[in-house]
Structures are given as C-alpha cells and as structure tokens.
Design a protein around this ligand. Structure first.
Ligand code: ATP
Length: 418
C-alpha cells in the first residue's frame, strides 16, 4: 500500500504555517506499513487542488488531503473534489444539524456561511467529525481511496485514527498497534545500548528511536493478525522498555518531559517558581506551554544582570564578585531567593554561559549551573549541579531548561515514593 498526502492552504504556501500535518501523517502511515510516495502543498486554488487530486488518484492507493474544508470563500477542497469527479455538491442534513447544534451549545446561532461545511460531493461518504465542525469526505477516484480532513491538526489526527487506520488494517489483514515512550537524560546511543536486543530489526514488535529537543522517543510497532495479539505484544515490550530505562522514562503515549513534570506537580499539590539567567525566560515558557500550568506555576524572575540578581533575589554581591555570575554559589542563592520570595515549594535556578562569546578556560561556553531549592518543613534544602552542554546557543539554552525540568521531575518522583 502507498499513499500521497496533499495539504491545502495559502498560509502553508506562503510559509506562514508550518505543514506539521504531512509529517504526522507520514509517520503514522509508515508505522502502519503504508509507504508515502510524496507530499504536495497546494494553495487555496480550485484548479491546483483538482490537478493535485487527479495526479495523486492515478498513483496512490490512498490519498489524504488536509485543509480547505472551512466555511470561508477561500476554502476550496470540497468544490475541487466535486469538480474532479464531475458531480454537484449536495446538502447532508445530519451534518447541518450537528453544526447548528454545536453553535447552539456555545450560545450562538450558526452563521449562514457555515452551511457550506455540510455540503459534500454527490456519491461520496460524509465522515463525522467528533473533534470539530467540518465533516470529512471519503470518495474513490480510480483505484485510490481519498480522504479529505480539516486542516486543524487535532481534528485531522482524530479522523485519521477513526477512518484510515481501520481501512489499512482491513486491507493488510494485519493489526498494527503502536506506542511511544519519551525519555530524557540519556543520549540516543545510551538508550540503544540499554534497549539491547529489543532494537534488532527482525523483531516484532519493532523498536526504534527518534530524537527531538533533547528528548529521545522510543517507538514500538507491533504487527500481528489479531488486535489482541498486537496489543499484548506491545504492552509486554513497553513493560520491558520501562524496566530497562528506569528513571529516564518521562512519559508513555506522547507525554513530553514538561507535561509529565507539570502533571506530577499538580497531583502532588506543589507550587513552582524559577529564577533564570542564561535561559532568559525559556524555562518559564516551557512550563507555561503546558495547558493548566497555572495550577502549579506561580511565576518567576529573569535576572540577567548582576544588579537584578542582587536586588530581586538577594544574591550576595560578594559571592558574585568572588565566584562570578556563573557559579554554584550564585545558582544556589538565586534558587533560595526565588523560593523565599515566591512562597513556592520548589525553585529552579539556572546561570550559565550560552555563548557564542563569554566563555573562558575555566568556564567555557556551555557551562551551566543548576540549583534546586525546596521546602522541607521549616528548612530549605538546596542542591546544585554543574553541566557542560554541547552545541550552539539555542541548543545550550534548551538543554539547560529541560535539564532543570528533569531535575525537578526526579525530585518530585522521590517525593512521591518517600
Ligand atoms: P476548519 O473547518 O476548522 O476551518 P479547514 O479544513 O478549513 O478547517 P484550514 O482553514 O485549512 O482548515 O486550517 C485551519 C487551521 O489548521 C490553520 O489555520 C492552521 O493553523 C492549521 N493547519 C491547516 N493545515 C495545516 C497543516 N498542513 N499543518 C499544520 N497545521 C495546519
């Protein structure tokens, strides 16, 4: 089986939106044993979409189109599909009712323009959208099955899992179950070493790794005749991987390091703060990227200058002049100051040399001091570590921020089990 992915939208063509849908679809298709032939991006242009669909329909078993199913004039996908198979658009009453109901549920009357989202090319199948308003469309062009989904990634993903996965399984006569385990703290080669024989390419379930932003994701693909067998084998391997990887495992099923850490803090009912120098707010940004982080994250300080470290966090000018801003003493004083001034249970502090300039022989570019302060009854517990991160400025800052989050995760893990 092979597939062609077409993404539609002027904002993709102009580079204003990055086409993450195609990358996600390719990853899922490959995991399901279906080979992507190519990706194509087309603007909001009727003729362009028709041409892309005709070409794809000639070459692929499956064509997935995302985007252009919205209610506005420039949303052309359904019109283009109707033109391609030379049929008119019909109204799908149940979809219209669903869309009207959705607007009623948010206290609004459906604008007349949204009616178009309930229209579909005559003879095609309407695919209910349980994640948004616009239904998807399925039709057969030559030998190809074509699926058109909304561009919104969450809706597209939900519809892929619901409509394309069962079709692929039925066609191949196999059931494929996949899982991903996110790890942090070990490089890809260390992970591979720990996984050992599990990574042999002839094994089923197949285990592989990918790296992104310092997190190594272990992917499992279990391919059996029945769904039960595939699920059982997948579960067994995931258990084995968790045992081998220990505390490096930060989440299963796509949970990132930060997501897991914020969720742990929430379930423990602890409050967090940060004091940042070299990361300039990145640590706070990563934490607040997680929806609902306001339950646990109070806020923090970006103290780039020595003056602010002294005035805002109470770092001693003597320590600063004796040890320098990038030092254990300053990192600990920043964490302690942030903990006291915020009333949080945990404070993370980072100070380092992100480069490209500013490195010295004793403190080369990449040197970062991390400190974590926590409340132990009326006492404050302080711990610190020095790291030497490779890479350029952006990578050093990202690694520093993520390492701080991981340090917090490990502290929360210890608290949970104590
Ligand atoms: P809706 O009915 O919700 O408007 P639609 O099918 O019209 O959906 P678009 O209007 O094309 O979808 O896109 C909606 C949003 O989804 C875009 O603004 C963009 O943020 C996101 N999006 C669209 N296509 C992609 C893509 N290929 N990759 C990532 N995001 C995308």
């Amino acid at each position: 089986m092979n597939a062609i992915i077409i993404s539609v939208g002027d904002e993709l063509m102009m580079g204003q939106t990055i086409d993450t849908n195609s990358a996600w679809l390719s990853t899922r298709l490959v995991a399901l044993g279906c080979t992507p032939l190519y990706h194509k991006t087309v603007g909001d242009d009727l003729g362009g979409i028709v041409d892309a669909v005709l070409e794809a329909g000639d070459r692929a078993d499956i064509v997935v189109i995302t985007g252009g199913l919205g209610p506005t004039e420039d949303d052309m996908t359904r019109h283009a599909l109707a033109k391609t198979i030379n049929v008119p658009l019909d109204l799908h009453e149940p979809s219209l009712e669903t869309i009207e109901k959705f607007f009623r549920s948010i206290g609004r009357v459906m604008p007349p323009t949204n009616r178009i989202q309930a229209m579909y090319p005559r003879g095609s199948d309407v695919l209910a959208n349980y994640w948004g308003t616009a239904p998807g469309i399925h039709l057969v062009i030559g030998a190809a099955h074509l699926y058109a989904f909304p561009g919104v990634p969450r809706e597209m993903r939900g519809m892929f899992e619901r409509y394309i996965v069962p079709y692929l399984e039925q066609m191949s006569g196999r059931s494929i179950v996949t899982e991903s385990i996110t790890t942090f703290g070990a490089g890809e080669s260390t992970v591979a070493e720990a996984l050992g024989p599990l990574m042999e390419r002839t094994r089923n379930p197949l285990v592989g790794t990918t790296v992104s932003g310092g997190e190594v994701t272990i992917r499992v693909r279990s391919d059996f005749v029945t769904r039960e067998e595939a699920m059982q084998a997948c579960e067994d391997v995931v258990l084995d991987i968790k045992k081998r990887m220990g505390d490096w495992v930060v989440g299963v099923g796509g949970s990132s390091l930060t997501e897991t850490t914020v969720n742990m803090a929430r379930s423990l009912g602890v409050l967090l703060t940060v004091a940042e120098s070299c990361t300039g707010g990145l640590l706070a940004k990563l934490l607040t990227d997680i929806p609902g982080s306001s339950d646990v994250f109070l806020g923090g300080w970006v103290t780039y200058s020595n003056e602010l470290k002294v005035n805002e966090l109470g770092v001693s000018p003597d320590v600063l002049s004796k040890d320098g801003a990038v030092s254990q003493g300053v990192a600990m004083a920043m964490a302690e100051g942030a903990l006291k001034r915020s009333g949080a249970d945990y404070a993370l502090a980072l100070t380092g040399v992100a480069g490209p300039a500013g490195g010295t022989e004793s403190k080369p570019v990449g040197t970062v001091w991390l400190a974590i302060a926590s409340r132990q009854g009326s006492e404050t517990r302080l711990e610190s570590e020095c790291y030497s991160f490779p890479g350029e400025r952006g990578m050093i800052r990202l690694r520093a921020a993520k390492t701080a989050i991981n340090r917090l995760r490990l502290a929360l893990l210890a608290r949970r089990t104590s």
